[in-house]
Design a protein around this ligand. Sequence first.
Ligand code: HAM
Length: 433
Amino acid sequence: MSQKIRGVKGTRDVLPLDTYVKDDDPWVRVGHFHRVEQSARDLFPLYGYREARTPILERTELFVRGIGEVTDIVGKEMYTFDDRGDSVTMRPENTASLVRAYVEHNLQQQEPETKWWYLGPMFRRERQQRGRYRQFTQIGIEAFGNPGPRIDAEQIEMLDRWLRTLEIPFGMHLNTLGDGTCRPRYREALQAYLRSRADELCEECRKRTETNPIRVLDCKNPKCQEVAAGAPSMEAFLCEPCKAHFAGVQDSLQRLGVKYVVDPKLVRGLDYYTRTTYEAIATSGLGAQSTVAGGGRYDGLVKELGGPDVPGIGFAAGVERLALLVAQQGREAVVRPVVFIAPLGDAEAAKADQLAQELRAAGLSAEVSFRKANPGNQLKRADALGARFALVLGDAELKEGRAKLKELKSGAQHEVALAGFAAEVRRLLGGSP
Ligand code: HAM
């Protein structure tokens, strides 16, 4: 026998199987993903977001300039390769890509305010652990052209509503990182402080002190956290416009009735943020990788990537993490067959295929048994599939043109005509599909 080929480390298969067991996430099935995705598709358009799809491959330069050279993502996590002279990268996130599309298609000339949502795979070469993968899925939004602060609050309220619809236990964390006027002053003060306590920091944070000192604030190392606890806070350095913006966001959130906590340690891992940042953090069920969504304002990014001076704000949520939480609730979006049809012989098989075709044309799901088995076993299979009705077709049913349709849950038998079968099934279903 030839050797088996295994999937790439950090990637996962999401299957509809009931008994599939792999690694530490044995129970996450595709139906859990559907529940997460469908709720977003239903909700986001209510806030004016329309779907945008951009390629997985982008020029490497887009992320280097967009996300920032000194970030972990650009520094060590990108899947980059040479495409006959062009350096291309499999997108590690989608904000830079949407900004590229926004600039490339001159959207600011066509519509002053653009609201986009997206769903798709992202790629980062991270250390694999529960809730952290090298290929993962994000659902996100970006809004261009609103200097805020009401759009900030509107997005946070939408995220809050979405997670509550999914019945996820979470807390909403909010912070501000200032802007080009006040952040450099803060960065300097923070750097001076961190240098003074450099010998207490982990090796990575000693490096970060010089390259990206704000990231030291969210290091998980307990010693670094101790140092971070004594660090100067951004709040004291905010310029007046940033202060007013942050107050505006909080006013709006309070008016909209959204609960949040101000979290000065929320600094985010990408360099493009200005002013508002926010994260939804699961309060149970996920372990270390508990941030289910994160985002913020990036007022300089469109310009940085060659576009006009247009502000932007957005968030992205990790679909795997949300699906894990939904799976723990045992909730799943599944399409079960309405009718399971089991023909007993060849003549009946042809009739079964035709009835199934009729049902599907009427918008009802049908499953035909292609196996030869006795009626008892066929009914067992119908039950395992979660079918609503089972129809066993034998010689007598074919001759009489009538059959007994068994309702699996109650065991009730309904006598139905095979002519106009789909309409009969619809009648039995009443209002419910
Ligand atoms: P991010 O914080 O890097 O932000 O990712 C957003 C979310 O994606 C995280 O909170 C997490 O749920 C999920 N995620 C990230 N990395 C992984 C991974 N390796 N495995 C599984 N899930 C992961 C961004 O990507 C920004 N583009 C968000 C944004 C949009 N900011 C403004 N607009």
